[in-house]
Ligand binder design. Sequence first.
Ligand code: AMP
Ligand code: MN
Ligand code: ZN
Length: 889
Amino acid sequence: MKTSKKKLPTSSEPKQNNSDANSEEEKELCPGFKDVDAFVKYELGAVLSATKASAGLPQAGDEYDFYRSFPGFQEFCESQGDKLLHCMSQIMQHHGCRSHIRDRNKLTGVEERFDLVVDSNDVILERAGILLDEADGVNRNQNPVMPAGFQPPKIVVSSWNRKSSSSGSRSETFRLLHAKNVARPQLKFKEKVDNSNTPFVPKIFIKPNALKPLPSYFSNKQIRKERPEDLDVPAALADFIHQQRTQEHVEDMFAHPYQYELDHLTILERLLSKPEPQMYKPVAETKLSFIDSLEDLVALNEKLCKLSEFAVDLEHHSYRSFLGLTCLMQISTREEDFIIDTLELRSEMYILNEAFTDPTIVKVFHGADSDVEWLQRDLGLYVVNLFDTHQASRALNLARHSLDHLLKQFCNVNSDKRYQLADWRIRPLPDEMIEYARADTHYLLYIYDCMRAQLLESNHGQPGLLQSVWNKSKDVSLKKYVKPIYTEESYLELQRKQKRSFNTQQLTTFRLLYAWRDKLARQEDESTGYVLPTHMMIKISEELPKEPQGIIACCNPVPPLVRQQVNELHLLVQQGREMPLLKAEIAAQKKKGLTPVKKADVTLFGPHDTSRGSESEHPQFSADDVPVKQGILFSEEDRQMDIDEQKISGLLAPAKITVFQELETPADQESQSVAQMKAMRIIEAFENPFRMYLPSTGAHVSKNAKFDPSSKIFEISKRWKLQSIEKQEKELEVKKKAKEEAKKQAKKLSEERTKAKQSYQESLKNITTVRQQAVESKDGGTKRAKGDSGVGEMTPKPSKKLMKSAEKAQKTEPEESFKPFDYTQSDLKVFDGSKARDNTQFDPARQGQDFRKKKFPQGQKRNVSAGNRSMSYMSGKSERGFRNKWPKR
Ligand code: AMP
Ligand code: MN
Ligand code: ZN
C-alpha cells in the first residue's frame, strides 16, 4: 500500500480541477495556471506534500501493527486505500493501461498490484517523454514529418515554450504533417540495398590518402560480384565456394579501412595552438549550392581539397527503410554552404573520400557517432582528422552538449530542431528544410575555433585537454558500422526490455512475431517499426487473439503489412497457443533454483534504461523440465520426422528449443559410425566465417544463411533443418567427390596461380591513390602535393571510370597469358583444402579481360586506351573538363 502511494505522485496527471476565477483568460496554459511555471510550481508542491504524508504514515512492522490493532485506524486505512486505488485505477484507465487494480478476484497480492502500477508508470512516463520531445521539436515516434505546404515565419523558434513571439504564428510554426506518398528513393539506387542477415562489409573500393594499400578484397570487388550461385553447381557447393572465397579475406573484410591511417594520425602543431576565432559570414550573405549532379560533386571535392577545414553534417531517414538512409549531407566552408543530395549521388559520394580522408584537412562534425556510421554504410566514406564539437562540449563540461546549446552560447542563434526528424527523403526539399539543414553546419567552424580556444584557456594554455578532444574525435572516426543481425535469441533482448512476464505461449508467439517482423522488414526494406511496432507486437503476444480480427484489434492504426498478412500472423499466434502453458518465471526458478529477478530492482529504471541488466537475467529454461514443442515459423515446409534418428543425428542440428536454454549435447563420439563422424566434420567445416565478428558469442546465425549475404536468411535456415536427409546425404557425396577431384586438379592450377600472382604483384606496383592522381593532375602541384611521395610517373587526371576500369585493365603481361577461372569447366575440382583455394582467388590481371567484356558489350567505346596502366590512372593526356568523365556507378 505504501509503495503504491509513493508511486502515485509520479504517475499523477495534471489535475484539471484546479481552476481559479480567471480561467477564461486566453493565454492560460490550462485552467487556473497562467503558464508552465505556475503549473509546475503547484504540482511540485502537491507531489511533495503527498510524499511527505506518505512518509509520515506508521512504518511497516511494529508501529504499523500496533496502530492496526485499533479498528478505527483499520477502517480509515481501508477507506483511504480504496479511494487511492480508485484514483489510480482511473488514471490507469485514462491511459489505456490494465486497470483492474481493485479487482480482488483477478489480483491476489500487493505484488501483482505493484506490477500493474509499475507497468502503468512505464506507459505514462513514456508518453510524457514523447510529449516532452514533441514539445521540444522532436518526434520520437519517428513518424516522418514535413512542413504543411506553407512558408513558416522567417524567425524560427526552437520550441513552443522557449519563446512565444507573436502569439498568432505559434500554431503555424508548430504544424507538421506526415509525409505521405514519398517516392521510395531505394528504387533509384544503382546498387541494391543489402538487408541480408550478414555482417556489413565496407563499400570502399578505392582508397585515397592511403598509407597502407587497400586489401585486394576491396580493390577487386567488382569481380567478385560474379557470385557462385550464378554458376551451374548445386546450392551446397555454391555455398562452399563462397565460403572458401570469403574466408581468406575475412580479416580485411571487417577491418576499418583507415585503421592504419588513423592509428598513425598525429595532430598538426597548428591545431594545438590557440586559434583566432574566425567569425562566420551571415547566412544571408553566404552562397548556398545544392549539389545533385556528379559534375558539381567533383567540383566540390576539388574545392574541399584546397581547404584546411570544413564542417559536415548529415540528415537521415529511418522509418521506411530497414537499415536507414542517408538523405542529405551539409558541408560548410568558411565562405560557402553546400547541400548535397546523397540519395541522388549515393553511388558517387565516395569521391569525397579524397578530402574526407586527407589528414591535413580538419572535418568538423557535431556528434559524429551516427554520421560516421552512416557515411560508411551508405556512401563508403571515412573521416581522417575529425573534430567533434560534441566531444569538445563534454571536455569543457558545458551545461548541455546539444548543437542547439552551442549555437545559443557561441553564436547567440536560436536554432530550430523541428525538422530534425522530418522526412528527409522529400524532393524537392522545401526551402525551410534546406535552411534548417544548412544551419546545422553554417556556424560550426566558428564554434570549432571558439571551442579550441576555450579548451586551451581552461587548461592554462596547455594543449592536454584539446589533445584529448582530438583523440576522442579520432575514436569516433574509428567507429565501424555494425549491421543489425538477427539471431534466434534477438527476441529475448527485446522482450527483456519490455519487462513483461510472458508465459510460454506468449513468449513463443512473441518470438515468432519477432522473426516474422524481421524477415518482412528486410525483405520489404522497411523498418521493423513500420512493419509492426513493438508495442503492438507485445499486445498481440499478451492477448493471443483467437481470430485474425483479434490481431487487427490489437493494432491501432493497423500497419499495412499486418493487414496484408493477418492470416499468416494468425497462424503464428495459433502456434504460440499450442504451447503447453507455463509461467516463464516459475519454470526458470524450478530449473535453476534461483530467485527470480528482484522486483524492487526492476522498478528503479524506466523503459528506456537499457544500461542495466545482462544477458544472464533472462529466464533460462531447460527442455528437461518443460515438455514443449517448438513453434515453427514456416509451417508449410514439409517436415520429415519419420527418418531414422540414429542415422541423422550427425547431420541435423539437434532439435533446438530456442525459448529454452540450449542444451549442451556433446556428441557421443564412441557411439558414432565412421560416416557420422565424417559428416560431423564436414558440417563443422561449414563454420560461419563471420561468426567471430558477430555481436555476441552466443549469436546464432543459421548455418546456410551465413555463406550467402543475399539470401533470405531464415527461410533457408528453416529449410536446412527440414530438408530431406537424402538430399543432404547426396550433397555430401557430391562434396566428397569434388574434394577428390580437386586434389588432382590442384597441382595443375597451382602453376597458373603462381603466374597470376607474379603478374598481380607487378601490377600492384603501379597502383596509386586518388589523391596522388589528383596531385599529378595539377600541373603546378600546389597544396595538394603535400605529404605525397609522388608515386606515379604520369600525370593523368583522375577518372572514376578509370579507377574502376583500372582494376580490370591493369596488367603487366598480355592478357592472353591467363584465362579467367571458369567454375563450370572445372568439374568441381577446386574444392580441395588450402591449395586449391588459392586458385579461386580472383586476380584482376586474369579477370580483366573477361570482366570488361561483360561491362562494355561489343565495341562500346571505352576510355581505356592503354592497358598498361596503374590502378587509378587515366591514360593519355588529360583535359580541362575531366570532371565530366567521372562515370556514374
Ligand atoms: P542532426 O545531427 O541533429 O542533424 O541529426 C541527424 C539525423 O539524426 C536526423 O536527420 C534524424 O534522422 C536523426 N536524429 C536526430 N535526432 C534524433 C532523435 N532525437 N531521435 C531520433 N533520430 C534523431
Ligand atoms: Mn548531425
Ligand atoms: Zn543535421
